[in-house]
Design a protein around this ligand. Structure first.
Ligand code: FES
Length: 380
C-alpha cells in the first residue's frame, strides 16, 4: 500500500505521467454486471452491510460547533439528532421519543438547552437523558435512567462526526479509517465554517459514486469548465484501505518541470480528491474552500440524494472574500448538478434497457475498480 503524504512525491509521479502520456492504472479491466446497479435484493444486502453496519460520516463537526448546537436530519432513512453536550462531546441519537415514538425534534438545526417531545412533553437534556415526565404522578413508575434517547455508536475525528446507524453495533473509527484519518486531519476540516449547504437529487448510489471516482470523463463532460484548470485522464491514485485519494494535476503543472525541486510549492499544482468509503467525498479544494459531498442512497437502487456543503477555511468577511466564496460555490455546484448528474441520470435511465449485461471498467479507472471490489468484499 502506498500512501502519498508528500505533495512533492505526488508531483513527481504526476510529472512522469505528463511526460509519458500515462496515468495510474489498475492491473486489468474489470467487468461489472449491470445487475449490480439494479437488483433490489443486492441493493438491500449492500445497504444493510455497508451503510447501516459500518461507520458513516454523518455530520461535519463545524455544523454543531458549540455546546447545545444540534442538527435533526433524516440520514440514510434514520431520523437522527446530533447534539453537542455541555461536556463538548457530540452525540448521535435516534430522534425518536422513548415514550411512544414521536419525532422529538423537528428537522433543522439550532441551539437548544433541552428537547421536549411535541406529543406528551417528555423532556430530554443535551446528553440525551430523560429529565422530565409530564404528569409523572399520574403516569406510573418509569425508570428514567433507562429511557434516555437511543444513542448510536459515534466518534468525532478529523472534523467529522462518524456514527454507525444500527443501535447496538459498536464500531471504532480508527479501525475504519486507518491511515486515512491522518490524511483527513491534514485538511483541518474542524476549523472550517459552512459557507453554504444544499441537498439535490442524484441518480442511483453506484451510478453517482462512479462519477466521483475517475478523471476519464473530465475533458469531455467538463470541457468548458473544470477542464480549463485541471488535466483529465491523468490520475495519481492512492488506495488507503477501503478508502482512496485521487490526485489530479492543474494545467500549470508543466511549470514545475523547469523549477528546482527545492523551490516547489507542489500543492499549488495539484488537486486532491479524498474518497472515504462508501459515500463521503472532499474535492475541489481551491483557495481555502472545499466541496464536501455526502451521497445518500435512497429507498431503492435507482435513487439517491447528495448533500453538498461548501466549507471555507475562514469565514468570508469582506465583499471580495464573499465573491470568491460564491464563485467557488457556483463552480463546484454547477459542475456537479449541470454537468455530472445529467450524465448520471441518463445512465440510470438506460440501465434496464438491456443494452448492456455488464460494464467494462477501464484500467484508467482504478478508483471505480477499488470501489466496486470493496462493495463486494464488505457485503459478501
Ligand atoms: Fe413523546 Fe409521548 S411520544 S412524550
Amino acid at each position: 500500500m502506498t500512501i502519498a503524504n508528500d505533495t512533492t512525491e505526488l508531483a513527481v509521479r504526476a510529472l512522469k505521467h505528463l511526460a509519458e502520456g500515462t496515468t495510474d492504472q489498475a492491473p486489468q479491466t474489470l467487468d461489472l454486471p449491470v445487475a449490480a446497479y439494479l437488483d433490489e435484493e443486492c441493493y438491500q444486502r449492500e445497504f444493510d452491510a455497508i451503510f447501516l453496519r459500518r461507520p458513516q460520516a454523518v455530520l461535519l463537526s463545524t455544523e454543531v460547533a458549540e455546546p447545545g448546537d444540534y442538527v435533526a436530519r433524516t440520514f440514510l432513512g434514520k431520523p437522527l439528532l446530533v447534539v453537542r453536550g455541555k461536556d463538548g462531546v457530540a452525540r448521535v441519537f435516534l430522534n425518536v421519543c422513548r415514550h411512544r415514538g414521536a419525532r422529538l425534534c423537528p428537522e433543522g438545526s439550532g441551539r437548544a438547552p433541552r428537547f421536549t417531545c411535541p406529543y406528551h412533553a417528555w423532556t430530554y437534556d443535551r446528553e440525551g437523558k430523560l429529565v422530565g415526565v409530564l404528569g409523572a404522578s399520574t403516569f406510573g413508575e418509569v425508570d428514567k435512567a433507562k429511557l434516555g434517547l437511543t444513542e448510536l455508536s459515534s466518534q468525532e475525528a478529523a472534523g467529522v462526526i462518524w456514527a454507525t446507524l444500527t443501535p447496538g453495533i459498536e464500531t471504532d473509527i480508527d479501525d475504519w479509517l486507518g491511515a486515512m484519518r491522518h490524511q483527513l486531519e491534514l485538511l483541518r476540516l474542524g476549523e472550517c465554517v459552512v459557507f453554504t449547504q444544499r441537498t439535490i437529487p442524484s441518480p442511483g448510489w453506484k451510478v453517482t459514486m462512479d462519477g466521483y471516482l475517475e478523471a476519464y470523463h473530465h475533458d469531455t463532460v467538463h470541457a468548458a469548465t473544470l477542464s480549463q484548470h485541471t488535466i483529465g485522464n491523468m490520475l495519481v491514485h492512492d488506495i488507503i484501505g477501503h478508502h482512496q485519494i485521487l490526485t489530479m494535476s492543474r494545467r500549470n503543472l508543466p511549470e514545475l518541470a523547469s523549477l528546482p525541486e527545492a523551490e516547489w510549492q507542489a500543492g499549488n499544482y495539484l488537486r486532491r480528491i479524498y474518497a472515504v468509503f462508501p459515500n463521503f467525498q472532499i474535492s475541489g479544494i481551491v483557495g481555502g474552500y472545499f466541496l464536501v459531498s455526502q451521497i445518500l442512497p435512497g429507498e431503492c437502487a435507482t435513487r439517491s440524494e447528495t448533500i453538498q456543503t461548501i466549507l471555507a477555511a475562514k469565514k468570508p468577511e469582506t465583499s471580495e472574500d464573499v465573491a470568491a466564496a460564491e464563485a467557488f460555490r457556483d463552480m463546484a455546484f454547477n459542475a456537479v448538478e449541470l454537468e455530472d448528474y445529467p450524465i448520471g441520470f441518463g445512465i440510470q435511465a438506460g440501465l434496464a434497457s438491456g443494452a448492456n449485461e455488464h460494464f467494462v471498467i477501464g484500467r484508467n479507472e482504478p478508483g471505480l475498480q477499488h470501489y466496486h471490489k470493496t462493495v463486494a468484499e464488505l457485503s459478501a
